[in-house]
Design a protein around this ligand. Structure first.
Ligand code: AMP
Length: 637
């Protein structure tokens, strides 16, 4: 094993040779002619001219050696179900699903919106889309009708695949009724909706001519074989929407060949799962971690992937660790929030299970605080707990450890060093000059070309891709919108976002989206949404609302009604994931003299911090009034 330093340097100094070597980790139907085309910066095309297919690489190519090995184990602690599929069975299911999609007219390049709970049929759908060369776009089940409609209108899908419902904490979470509502809101609704009926809710009417029953169609295509559609490496595999500072979510567009190579390489060098072993990523298929490390990564690597529906503490806090024991999981991945949830329970629940074969627990999505890191490391004595940092846009880690190349000492609070392929820099937030001295704060940026696997553009909007990510500084660098420092050893520490994005339990939410939803309430004149520090979830959403009728501020009952209505409005339009943890009615919002909302100032006050320099504030009294209102309300959001 060489040193990571050499490995990293080679990836930057000889990117073509480096990535050509990594590209051998997957099958190509036709070899690529050029490793990298960076002739139109900041766009990068990887493995130009090569033809491949994600479904072939994740499923078909393993049939020769691992047909009878479990590929997918589904466990729901909500419905008490366990289903297991070998690679041969997964292949049959994915072929059948591809035949179903094809029968509904889905073809290469068509978009398919997937609004599904954590069931194997969701995984079949993604893989079947990949097989056909169709572009999937998963919308997280925590998003409600309006959010779904916005994404539908941007992606213009040929088909939407859904289920009657999911379950969370013993409660049924309806999906189909939200789809029905979203399709009335959307300007470009798909002509067809494929509905997987789990029998959890009754009474959601089937709309003849639009809705298709999954089971009925499935029976018609039992045993079907659908040939793989080979795609040129840069053809899109999926779109995944993510929030930024504007009200409109961005469709992160992923390519095919670059993504397959990046994931296969990350499984070997970063996550170090061995083919034949089990990987358990406790996330949701609606997030990037689910795409990369529940579905594609482990399957590309010939592993058994675990799909889990439920909470980490139901029926008790041993549920994940029982799975780890039973399935002999060697690599696990989840978020710091999930560990903080477990931390509130007795560690004995973990220690009761044999977790000795669990080599690594990877955590990502939000800052990993030292006490949480220490607690879980202690509860899992044979397991290394490793932080890693990345974004929906990149699809795999920007910063992290690389134990498959060389184990390095871990530092609490640091996700690690720059991953191979990423030319990471820190730039001064104002001047844009490079920050080279150790332990100095700067904006974390990546010099193009972005390595394989990262977003190739924003769906349907090349100009937005360039203007959002590459125009913050004079030099055309990719902006992560995170502050960071780097120490003498090259290890980075993430300090938080430079923009107004809120991170709730590792889920990225845009302030503007939530503000727009709240503004839709007829009683609201103005609103500011900020993220406020929370012990469990990292941050929670808090809304400061100026009511249209100032009299509503006077009476406690009036205030309470409007506050509740504001929360419900967000829940109904955007979904439970964005619902504010607190709403506070105020008379004014602090603004700059040019009329910009001072969200930073509000956030500082809400977190009980110093507001810093606020010389541009128009009306300092507004912040003081917020401070007084928060005090009057008492602790907690
Ligand atoms: P998302 O695209 O939703 O995964 O959110 C990405 C954002 O989450 C990053 O820009 C960071 O702000 C934050 N993030 C992700 N991983 C980490 C980590 N390991 N430590 C600190 N922040 C993280």
């Amino acid at each position: 094993m060489g040193s990571y330093e050499d490995f990293y340097r080679r990836s930057l100094d000889q990117p073509e040779a480096f990535w050509a070597e990594q590209a051998r980790l997957i099958d190509w139907e036709h070899p690529f002619e050029q490793v990298l085309d960076a002739s139109r910066p900041p766009f990068a095309r990887w493995f130009v001219g090569g033809r491949t297919n994600l479904c072939h690489n994740a499923v078909d190519r393993h049939l020769a050696t691992r047909a009878h090995q479990p590929a997918l184990v589904f466990e729901s602690s909500e419905t008490d179900e366990r289903r297991q599929y070998t690679y041969a069975q997964l292949h049959a299911e994915v072929n059948r699903m591809a035949a179903m999609l094809r029968a509904l007219g889905v073809a290469r390049g068509d978009r398919v919106i997937v609004y599904m709970p954590m069931v194997p049929e969701a995984v079949f759908t993604l893989l079947a889309c990949a097989r056909l060369g169709a572009i999937h776009s998963v919308v997280f089940g925590g998003f409600a009708a309006h959010s779904l409609a916005v994404r539908i209108d941007d992606a213009r899908p040929a088909l939407l695949v859904t289920a009657d419902a999911g379950m969370r904490a013993g409660k049924v979470v309806p999906y189909k009724p939200l789809v029905d509502e979203a399709l009335t809101l959307a300007r470009h609704p798909p002509a067809q909706v494929l509905v997987f009926d789990r029998g959890l809710v009754s009474g959601s009417p089937f709309i003849p001519g639009r809705d298709v029953d999954f089971a009925t169609l499935g029976r018609e295509h039992e045993g079907a074989q659908v040939p793989v559609t080979w795609l040129e490496s840069s053809e899109p595999s999926y779109i995944l929407y993510t929030s930024g500072t504007t009200g409109r979510p961005k469709g992160v567009q992923r390519d095919t060949g670059g993504y397959a190579v990046a994931l296969a390489a990350s499984m070997r060098h970063i996550y170090t799962g061995q083919p034949g072993e089990a990987m358990f990523t406790a996330s949701d298929i609606g997030w990037v971690v689910g795409h990369s490390y529940i579905v594609y990564g482990p399957l590309l690597n010939g592993m058994t992937t675990v799909l889990y529906e439920g909470l980490p503490i139901r029926p008790d806090a041993g549920v994940w660790w029982r799975l780890v024991e039973q399935l002999r999981v060697s690599v696990m991945f989840t978020s710091p929030t999930a560990i903080r949830v477990l931390k509130k329970q007795d560690a004995a629940f973990l220690k009761r299970h044999d977790t000795s074969h669990l080599r690594y627990l990877f955590l990502a999505g939000e800052p990993l605080d030292a006490p949480t890191h220490a607690w879980i490391s202690d509860a899992l004595p044979s397991t290394q707990v490793l932080d890693n940092y990345w974004q929906t846009e990149t699809g795999w880690p920007i910063l992290g450890p690389c134990p498959g190349v060389q184990a390095r000492p871990r530092k609490l609070g640091s996700p690690g060093t720059a991953m191979y392929g990423y030319r990471v820099k820190l730039l001064d937030g104002l001047s844009g000059a490079e920050v080279t001295a150790p332990n100095q704060k700067g904006v974390l940026v990546i010099e193009p070309p972005l390595p394989p696997g990262c977003l190739s553009t924003v769906w349907g909007d090349d100009a937005r891709f360039v203007s959002t990510y590459f125009t913050s500084f004079e030099q055309p660098v990719y902006n992560t919108f995170d502050w960071a420092t780097r120490d003498e050893d090259g290890d980075y520490f993430i300090l938080g976002r430079t923009d107004d994005v809120i991170n709730v339990a590792g889920h990225r939410l845009g302030t503007r989206e939530i503000e727009e939803a709240i503004s839709g309430h007829p009683g609201v004149a103005e609103v500011a949404v900020v993220g406020v520090k929370d012990e469990l979830k990292g941050q929670v959403v808090m809304a400061f609302v100026v009511p249209k009728d100032p009299a509503r501020l006077q009476r406690e009952e009036d205030r309470a009604v409007l506050e509740r209505e504001v929360m419900d409005t967000v829940g109904r339009t955007l979904g439970a994931v964005a619902r504010p943890a607190g709403v506070l009615l105020v008379a004014h919002l602090p603004k700059t003299r040019s009329g910009k909302l001072l969200r930073r100032g509000i956030q500082a006050v809400a977190e009980g911090r110093e507001t810093g320099d606020l010389t541009t504030i128009e009306d300092p009294g507004a912040l003081e009034a917020i401070q007084a209102a928060l005090k009057a309300r008492g602790p907690g959001v």
